[in-house]
Design a binder for this molecule. Structure first.
Ligand SMILES: *Cc1c(COP(=O)(O)O)cnc(C)c1O
Length: 409
């Protein structure tokens, strides 16, 4: 009945098809009114957070990185269930505030914050993760001009290492992100001259890792790096955001991240850390891991056609609505996201098909030659693992189709 579904752990694929909160996927499609759409299931997010909290040392706070999925209702739900938000633009910052997150629990990272964004962050009294000395100077200037008292800044450090085998590397070597660790002593001196206080430190070394060993090694390096730089901080740090990078399985053969092992490693690190930094809050920031498995992308088959012996299902949803699932968002080898065809007429027959979107480009392809239940135009196709970097990481204006709808249930 299914193909490549090994990784779908949080949705119920019974003999009756895909059932979400007691309703079939076609029921949900009728309620939404049109395809394509994204559906985010709060229960799945809740389970992910619970599973994580059960292994996480209680001293570690959990932040959600909004860029993974900035849907307002989802962010509102997150505001009730995590300890803080990380934002990457002024718009995300306002969204975080609107969703009800306490301003003191919001941090703002990004290598290219504009003066306007910095001013808004200063006015809202948000913690700014500064990524260069010049950014600190701009903050001092703006702060003087608008008369804010004590700007809240944390240093984002670009470490000399990077997370191995992660989907996207964002630390180590020459990077646009953060301040090179070897520059930290000089930058700290400059900051003192500007009469600014360093409230915290932020290190983010990579993303989408499925290896507990790699994650523990990376966190160990980050804790060690902070310790090595300790004497540069003349006042006690209030927070240390040590990043995250927990991945989710997307493709056949991807392992699940061993949370227990990550939890054990963190417990060891926390124990040591509390000796040297007794009053510093430790923060884990995650995006994809918390929401990625909670979302599905639902499309309808518009055309079923055969070209030179191969069957194609052409859907109404494409790369313009879900770029990542077509392998065009930073994937090295094109592999298929788990896909399910919800055929209305049950059939004992299976067929081999390629599944594509409606755009006039060969890039708009979700699956090549996979086996699915026999289906026809009008049937629904579900792409799993679509809760993170879906709609807002897609070129929705490309070919000017209406953008997918979203529901949060
Ligand atoms: C993108 C990003 C995250 C979230 O990454 P995930 O892989 O979705 O967990 C966290 N922190 C920073 C600084 C980021 O840029």
């Amino acid at each position: 009945m299914t193909s490549g579904l090994l990784n779908v752990k949080y949705f119920d694929l019974s003999s009756k098809g895909l059932i979400i909160k007691g309703r079939s996927v076609s029921d949900w499609a009728r309620r939404v009114g049109r395809t394509p759409f994204y559906l985010y299931d709060s229960e799945v997010i809740y389970k992910k957070i619970a599973e994580l909290r059960s292994v996480l040392p209680t001293e570690v706070s959990l932040h959600y990185a909004i860029k993974a999925n900035p849907n307002l209702e989802l962010v509102r739900f997150m505001a009730q269930n995590v300890d803080g938000f990380d934002v990457a633009s002024a718009a995300e910052m306002h969204l975080a505030i609107k969703a009800g997150m306490n301003r003191t629990k919001i941090s703002f990272a990004g290598p290219g914050k504009t003066d306007q964004e910095l001013e808004q962050a200063l006015l809202e009294h948000i913690l700014i993760n500064v990524e260069s000395l010049n950014e600190v100077r701009r903050i001092a200037e703006i702060s003087n001009r608008i008369g804010t008292k004590s700007p809240r800044i944390a240093l984002r450090i670009n470490p000399p290492y990077e997370m191995k085998s992660s989907g996207m590397r964002m630390g180590g070597g020459a990077k646009a992100f953060g301040i090179d660790s070897e520059q930290i002593p000089a930058v700290c001196q400059e900051i003192r001259k500007l009469n600014l206080k360093i409230e915290g430190v932020h290190i983010f070394a990579g993303s989408q890792s499925l290896s507990a060993r790699v994650l523990s090694e990376t966190f160990t390096s980050s804790f060690d790096l902070l310790n090595a730089l300790k004497e540069n901080f003349t006042q006690p740090l209030q927070s240390f955001n040590f990043g995250g990078g927990f991945g989710i399985p997307y493709f056949e053969g991807d392992p699940e991240l061993d949370l227990v092992q990550v939890g054990d490693a963190l417990r060891r690190l926390v124990k040591k850390f509390k000796v040297d930094f007794p009053n510093t809050e430790m923060i884990l920031e995650l995006g994809r891991f918390l929401v990625g498995e909670a979302g599905i992308f639902v499309c309808r088959i518009i055309e079923k056609k055969i070209s030179r012996g191969q069957t194609f299902l052409v859907m109404d949803g494409g790369m313009n609505g879900h770029l990542a699932a077509t392998g065009n968002l930073g994937q090295v080898i094109k592999r298929n996201f788990p896909i399910f065809v919800a055929a209305q007429l049950s059939s004992d027959f299976r067929e081999t098909v390629s599944i594509v979107g409606p755009l006039c480009t060969p890039l708009d392809s979700f699956a090549q030659q996979i086996e699915v239940d026999c289906c026809s135009s009008g049937d629904l196709v579900v792409v799993f693992q679509s809760g993170a970097y879906g709609l807002t990481a897609s070129p929705i204006h490309f070919l000017s189709h209406p953008p997918p709808l979203e529901i949060f249930i």
